[in-house]
Write a protein that binds this ligand. Structure first.
Ligand code: GDP
Length: 309
């Protein structure tokens, strides 16, 4: 991840080394190189434009400094602007004042939602919370079982319907159907309240592509559970499609934060660098592998340092 972007940026900035003063032509050619590096990494065009304009403007206005030579100054500006497009400050998960905190996961099929549900549950458990996982992906065969497996690994209980049964036992006291994800979501919240779980993580169904039915269902679950956080799970490997996917989820469901998955892959990094600016929502977590431990809070400054090498 980011390797070729890192190389390209390093190349662009290297040319400035040893220069005593930067001419407008130096800045223009460096800006051009940075622009190409970002475009090659699949960063969305409006994000590239804004980024390069900002770097150029700041580089031209940079004061002569005793501490930093011009090349170092440009590196510093690029670093700061990278941190800005990645979200600036680290944004922590918002917990409800009155538990349970409800976290809903949304995203395309294969984005890594179910895996993330387990990771988040384990992470929260490690912080002293008592999470409950709720299986609302009733579309994909095996999704409920998969959530049960990750729940078991994380040591966190899973609220899941048994196909063909009604939730709450034979008498169906909750009056809900096990085949309707909205009903399951609602019942999951009731279960958490009754048994005093303090965080509920709702896994929802995804599709291979955006469609209206997917959005309607996710919006229905959202309305039923009124989440404190809706996390859009984005596969960093999907490159250019990340922008339209993120926009579709923003408009169709709305979300309060992003989780980037598969950051361990060899994607060029465009999705990671574009999603914050395109959607206006912060990146909260990063997933870097298939194991439950491959997960961390997202820190814009650390990611920027990694990109700059
Ligand atoms: P869902 O359809 O959104 O629930 O996606 P899954 O959680 O089933 O994940 C789809 C596939 O991606 C599975 O094979 C996961 O093991 C894998 N996966 C999930 N997160 C990551 C990650 O951060 N890195 C890698 N390499 N694989 C991941």
């Amino acid at each position: 991840m980011f390797e070729s972007l890192s190389d390209r940026l390093a190349g662009a900035l290297k040319d400035l080394r040893g220069k005593g003063r930067l001419s407008p032509a130096d800045i223009d050619s460096t800006a051009r190189e940075i622009r190409l590096a970002l475009l090659e990494a699949d960063v969305a065009l409006p994000v590239v434009r804004g980024f390069v304009a900002k770097v150029k403007e700041r580089a031209k206005g940079a004061e002569v400094s005793a501490a930093l030579n011009p090349a170092q100054q440009v590196v510093k500006i690029v670093n700061e602007e990278l941190i800005t497009i990645l979200g600036g400050e680290t944004r922590r998960l918002r917990l409800a004042k009155n538990p349970p905190t409800v976290i809903m996961l949304a995203g395309l099929q294969g984005a890594g939602k179910t895996t993330l549900a387990g990771k988040l549950a384990k992470y929260l458990k490690g912080q002293g919370h008592t999470p409950l996982l709720v299986a609302c992906d009733l579309q994909r065969p095996g999704a409920v079982t998969q959530l049960q497996v990750v729940g078991e690994r994380a040591g966190v209980p899973v609220f899941a319907p048994h196909p063909g049964t009604s939730i709450g036992g034979g008498e169906n006291p909750l009056g809900v159907s096990a085949s309707d994800p909205v009903d399951v979501a609602r019942a999951g919240i009731e279960e958490a309240k009754a048994k005093q779980y303090d965080v509920v993580i709702v896994d929802t169904a995804g599709r291979l592509g955006i469609d209206e039915e997917l959005m309607r269902q996710a919006a229905g679950i959202r309305d039923a559970v009124n989440p404190d956080e809706t996390l859009f799970v984005l596969d960093a490997m999907i490159g250019q499609d990340a922008v339209s996917t993120a926009q579709a989820f923003r408009d169709g469901v709305g979300f309060t934060g992003v989780v980037l998955t598969k950051l361990d892959g060899d994607a060029r990094g465009g999705a990671a660098l574009s999603v914050r600016e395109i959607t206006g929502q912060p990146i909260l977590f990063a997933s870097t592998g298939e194991k439950l431990e491959d997960f961390d809070v997202f820190h814009p400054d650390r990611m920027a340092s990694r990109i700059l090498g």
